[in-house]
Design a protein around this ligand. Structure first.
Ligand SMILES: Nc1ncnc2c1ncn2[C@@H]1O[C@H](COP(=O)(O)OP(=O)(O)OP(=O)(O)O)[C@@H](O)[C@H]1O
Ligand SMILES: [Mg+2]
Length: 512
């Protein structure tokens, strides 16, 4: 019996795990079996492998072929095991030198004519190779840059089976290196800018505070007031990602096959704006073969839900877990997978179905019950996780006509960067980065206020009927506002400003 071994990997959640592809050829009726928990796409690789071997001019052994994917306990999905299986067969049948396959991690999908197609999850595979000190890695040519982001194994990019066999055993002529710094330099360029938005000073200020302290925001305003326009410019003021954050985000995009062509590393914070018809699985992740959803694709970035009440209420409810924990869990019969999902939530909505409730120029023709039904789509517990409610009013004619450009994103970003540095320093010993994530115990520790502020909070609690939770939110926002000014303590002016961003509690939008 002839035997061969090839190193490859399978994916669990967003992590890659080593899989050993064992191929044995024995006498008996010609057959080709794959064992070791292969899913449909892996079982189908038999046809691709056989055809690719034959059309490349090699011999497909007329023997009893058994492929074992070890460890047998984890499910193997996708097409990335095609190439290791084919090379395993060629090695077991003595057509290639088995030493070529030593210490080499191999992934790739085969076309019937022997071409090698791109696969998902290459970045995670490359991280695995580095972790396990594997010296070489064979990847499909289009995935080479993605693999090269991690400085670990030497990368062999290959285009087809024939070329793959020719390059195996030789050290890559030019090691595939990706200049990560160059990728980061590119990221400070944006097509949009906050200076495009005329007027809306309050909304802009609110978004600056939100980004600085990691607060979730709901923008409320009539049609055409610029909510979508403002939200789309948020990425331009987000602080740059660190390399670790970039790799974590890229892993998620790579596993879903969402990495744009020619992009090897997502170095800009993601901005995801799913349509309101999105399904439960689309938002959180899931499906028969679990895939990360929009909340995970927005990891380390922004999830923007435009026209928020149009989303299915049950779909919105699933946001509660990631907003609280920073990840989502997906349960399947045998396993539970956790996908990272730490994002800033930005919602936008009209005050009522027709959009003109509270507008000074147009009359609203919605009945109170219709308005209530519309607003109740966003449940109390979800609303509770949103620190800031911001009114985005109609822009005035003279503001629109003003030719002077407003403040640029770049200068806003500078202030935000400073503010984030202050938070980083303060929370060094806590497992925390932003004011928005302070829990009630830490709130008492870091958000002390003087008598004047206490009196102000007290009187507004009575006047507006703020709940205890709303007060916590106000304190966190006030902390951020104070940090933006570089102050040590929270002052009453900070509290007063924070109260402005609780319009829903202040019942400005009340129908009854
Ligand atoms: N403050 C502003 N400065 C410059 N242009 C603006 C402003 N507000 C709105 N506009 C213009 O109006 C268009 C519509 O704005 P936008 O789509 O952001 O409105 P919206 O508040 O999201 O409305 P809707 O509630 O209907 O979704 C923008 O594309 C822009 O051209
Ligand atoms: Mg809009």
């Amino acid at each position: 019996m002839e035997l061969s071994r090839v190193i490859s990997c399978a994916f669990q959640g967003i992590e890659a795990q080593t899989v050993e592809v064992e191929v044995s050829l024995s006498r008996g009726l010609p057959s080709f079996t794959i064992v070791g928990l292969p899913e449909t796409a892996v079982k189908e690789s038999r046809e691709r492998v056989e055809s690719a071997i034959k059309s490349t001019g090699f011999e497909f052994p007329l023997k009893k072929i058994t492929v074992n994917l070890a460890p047998a306990g984890i499910k193997k999905e996708g097409t990335s095991l095609d190439l290791p299986i084919a090379l395993g067969i060629l090695s077991a049948s003595g057509q290639i030198n088995p030493t070529y396959l030593e210490n080499t991690l191999i992934i790739g999908e085969l076309a019937l004519d022997g071409r090698i197609r791109t696969v998902k999850g290459v970045l995670s595979a490359s991280i695995l190779a580095k972790k396990n000190k594997i010296s070489h890695m064979v990847v499909p040519l289009p995935n080479a840059k993605e693999a090269g982001v991690v400085k670990g194994a030497a990368i062999y990019p290959v285009n087809n089976l024939n070329e793959c066999i020719k390059t195996l055993g030789k050290d890559p002529k030019e090691p595939f290196l990706v200049d990560v710094n160059e990728i980061f330099r590119e990221t400070s360029k944006f097509d949009l800018d906050f200076s495009d938005v005329k007027g809306q000073l309050t909304a802009k200020r609110a978004l600056e505070i939100a980004v600085a302290g990691g607060h979730n925001v709901l923008m409320i305003g009539p049609p055409g007031s610029g909510k979508t326009m403002l939200a789309k410019r948020i990425p331009t003021i987000l602080p740059l990602m660190s390399i670790d954050e970039a790799i974590e985000t890229t892993k998620i995009h790579s596993i879903t096959g969402n990495l744009p062509p020619k992009i090897s590393l997502i170095a800009k914070r993601p901005f995801r704006s799913p349509h309101h018809t999105i399904s439960y699985a689309g938002l959180t992740g899931g499906g028969t073969y679990p895939q990360p959803g929009e909340v995970s694709l927005a990891h380390n970035g922004v999830l923007f839900l435009d026209e928020m009440p149009e989303f299915n209420r049950n779909v919105l409810e699933v946001l509660r877990q990631p907003l609280e924990d920073g990840f989502v869990t997906i349960s399947r019969a045998k396993t539970t997978i956790a996908y990272p999902a730490r994002f800033m939530l930005i919602g936008a909505m009209n005050p009522c179905p027709c959009g003109y409730f509270g507008d000074a120029y147009r009359e609203c023709n919605c009945t109170p019950s219709k308005i209530d039904r519309y607003r109740s789509k966003i449940s109390g517990p979800l609303l509770d996780r949103i620190d800031m409610h911001v009114t985005v009013g109609r822009v005035k004619y003279n503001e629109i006509m003003d030719m002077k450009a407003g403040e640029s994103s770049e200068s806003i970003r500078k202030r935000i960067k400073k503010c984030r540095e202050i938070q980083e320093k303060r929370y060094k010993k806590e497992n925390l980065y932003f004011n928005a994530h302070l829990d009630s115990k830490m709130l008492r520790k870091y958000c002390n206020i003087d008598e004047e502020s206490k009196a102000l909070l007290n009187s507004s609690m009575e006047k507006f009927g703020f709940s205890a939770r709303a007060v916590d939110r106000i304190l966190k926002m006030a902390r951020t506002i104070s940090d933006l000014e570089g102050k040590k303590d929270i002052e009453s002016s900070h509290i007063a400003e924070a109260i402005q961003y609780r319009t829903l509690d202040r019942k400005l939008w009340l129908t009854k």
